[in-house]
Design a binder for this molecule. Structure first.
Ligand SMILES: CC(C)(COP(=O)(O)OP(=O)(O)OC[C@H]1O[C@@H](n2cnc3c(N)ncnc32)[C@H](O)[C@@H]1OP(=O)(O)O)[C@@H](O)C(=O)NCCC(=O)NCCS
Length: 316
């Protein structure tokens, strides 16, 4: 039997830090309000001369290096992003060219904040059916470009960054299962217009309180679904790597499966919500801090616009 195994992780965050104190100067908010309601202290902002593809490229190179895989041996590239600098070509094609990866399939997916879980699901299928052997996944966002900096309800949440992983075909797991979901009837609770039709500026619009309630319900259900599908109990899980959107949502999800917070990878305080990049960024942070080790079983989950949501259960 063939499994898709994560053999390297990488990430990158832009240099510029925007603190809660900085935001106090920009909108009617306080450090205490942001910290209490979200758990975020600071977020990163892409530089004037940087593009989302630049963030993606650095994260991808770091993941390749960590995996010991040569760029020419990659035979599938999938990028997740909702904020590419180009409509086309895809970020995946840009990354393929910049890294010197040869002719292979390369495409982007947009599942908003759930992008990385969707990527893992798709890559797993390519590897399991023998269509790909070494897969590069990169998730990269420049959300600061679509934030309305006058809207205190959203501008405090979002951040820029990129995360990447290399997967390879192996006889031992690997990805044990993925569970991806979407329900477009919720599309008006969280969206960003393209800015190309009508008068709507390309800014994130969100009914935060409604999003919060659905996120807690769906994430609780999807982590339970992952445990049940694999006949696992919470003690079998070494780490939860959640989407870093709101500390209260993360705590509610961990509580749902009775997982102590000591076994949750938390990066939200310094990274904010980087949408699709959030889970691979947190994963790479957990690996590089020496928390996630070979042999560990890791449960990842995410929730985002669409709504989309999902989980992946992975052995390292
Ligand atoms: C955005 C979020 C932090 C707001 O927290 P909340 O507890 O739901 O707060 P509400 O939206 O009910 O707003 C409560 C009050 O705080 C105010 N408020 C909103 N943003 C504020 C800010 N940055 N600073 C101070 N006050 C703020 C609101 O205007 C409201 O004031 P009112 O009671 O006078 O009308 C929270 O809803 C959330 O995190 N939702 C999920 C968002 C998310 O994760 N989105 C991405 C999904 S991938």
């Amino acid at each position: 039997m063939t499994f898709a195994r994560i053999i390297g992780t990488g990430s990158y965050m832009p240099e510029r830090i925007l603190t809660n104190a900085d935001l106090e100067q920009m909108v009617d908010t306080t450090d205490q309000w942001i910290l209490d309601r979200t758990g975020i202290r600071e977020r990163r902002i892409i530089a004037e001369d940087q593009k989302v593809s630049d963030l993606a490229e650095i994260a991808a190179k770091r993941a390749l290096e960590a995996s010991g895989t040569k760029a020419v041996d990659i035979d599938l590239v999938i990028v997740a992003s909702a904020t590419s600098e180009l409509i086309f070509p895809s970020l995946a094609c840009l990354i393929q060219q910049r890294l010197g990866i040869g002719d292979c399939p390369a495409f982007d997916i947009n599942a908003a904040c759930t992008g990385f879980i969707y990527q893992l699901d798709v890559a797993n299928q390519f590897i399991k059916n023998g269509s790909a052997k070494n897969v590069l996944l990169v998730a990269a966002e420049g959300l600061s470009k679509v934030v309305d900096w006058d809207d205190r309800a959203t501008c405090v949440l979002f951040s820029d960054g990129a995360g990447a992983v290399v997967l390879t075909a192996d006889s031992k797991p690997g990805i044990r299962s993925t569970h991806i979901h979407a329900d477009g009837t919720y599309s008006e609770l969280l969206y960003a217009p393209s800015g190309r039709y009508g008068d709507d500026p390309p800014h994130i619009r969100m009914k935060g309180n409604d999003v919060f309630k659905v996120a807690v319900t769906k994430l609780g259900a999807v982590v339970t679904e992952a445990l049940q599908a694999n006949n696992l109990v919470v003690d079998d899980i070494d780490w939860l790597v959640p989407h870093q959107a709101n500390l209260r949502i993360i705590k509610a999800t961990a509580k749902r499966i009775h997982l102590p917070m000591e076994r949750v990878i938390l990066t939200i305080e310094k990274q904010g919500n980087t949408s699709a990049a959030s889970v691979p960024l947190a994963l790479d942070t957990g690996v590089r801090e020496g928390k996630i080790k070979a042999g560990d079983t890791v449960l990842m989950e995410a929730f985002g616009a669409g709504f989309t949501w999902g989980s992946a259960l992975v052995d390292f």
